[in-house]
Design a protein around this ligand. Structure first.
Ligand code: CA
Length: 235
């Protein structure tokens, strides 16, 4: 038995029982923890509550499209998503990638190929600091954001944040060095159905800077990207 990743957790969202069982077996032999869901609603629910390291997502599901599941998972998480498509649905594959899936496999596929792709995505996520561990801590520069403890530390010292400030910082720290658009941040922190004043975002950014930046008037970590949004810089 090999365990390249420390008990990475794979969520399989797939409604074909025989495929689910063969995947479960192959992944467990490789040392992964496996959870399954056989419809779109449970798949989304488990992706949110179980916080898997990676999601294998079939696109043809009872109870809703896998594409919707993909979009909704991605709205709140950077978890790697590998889309499973049928051979005759090339369009779905493209849409899946556009909605934020990281890779795809086309049925029928070999479990060896699938596991290679799973490992590749987990390595990539691990490097990006987004590995969905049971106690996930995002680190950048002097900052640590401890998801489970819901605590932010600067040089090891806790910095008290309000819930939305925490969520906003998490969104920024999940993409260190990459810009997050205003729309993405509002979506992730206030939800896709938020229709309030977009100045709310700027107010929260300002508060975060006051709490986290050495000189809030000249931010080094929470940087404005004019015309687009904000970016977290770990320097
Ligand atoms: Ca299916």
């Amino acid at each position: 038995m090999s365990t390249a990743e420390p008990r990475a957790r794979i969520l399989i969202v797939e409604d074909e029982p025989s495929l689910v069982e063969s995947l479960r077996y192959a992944l467990e032999v490789e040392g992964f923890e496996v959870l399954t869901a056989d419809n779109a609603v449970d798949g989304l629910e488990r992706a949110r509550t179980w916080r898997p390291s990676l999601v294998l997502l079939d696109l043809m599901l009872p109870g809703g499209s896998g594409l919707d599941v993909c979009r909704q998972i991605r709205a709140g998480s950077d978890v790697p998503i590998i889309v499973v498509t049928a051979k005759d649905s090339e369009a779905d594959k493209v849409v899946g990638l556009e909605l934020g899936a990281d890779d795809y496999v086309t049925k029928p596929f070999s479990t060896r190929e699938l596991i290679a792709r799973v490992r590749a995505q987990l390595r990539r996520a691990h490097r990006a600091g987004t590995f969905g561990d049971t106690n996930e801590i995002l680190r950048a520069g002097p900052f640590e954001l401890d998801i489970d403890a819901h605590e932010v530390r600067r040089n090891g010292e806790p910095v008290p944040l309000r819930p939305k400030e925490f969520d906003l910082l998490e969104s920024l720290m999940r993409r260190v060095g990459r810009v997050a658009s205003r729309e993405t941040l509002i979506d992730e922190v206030w939800g896709p159905s938020y229709y309030g004043d977009t100045k709310t975002l700027d107010v929260h950014i300002k508060r975060l800077r006051q709490k986290l930046e050495p000189d809030p008037s000249r931010p080094r970590h929470i940087v404005t990207v004019r015309g687009i949004g904000y970016k977290f810089v770990d320097g």
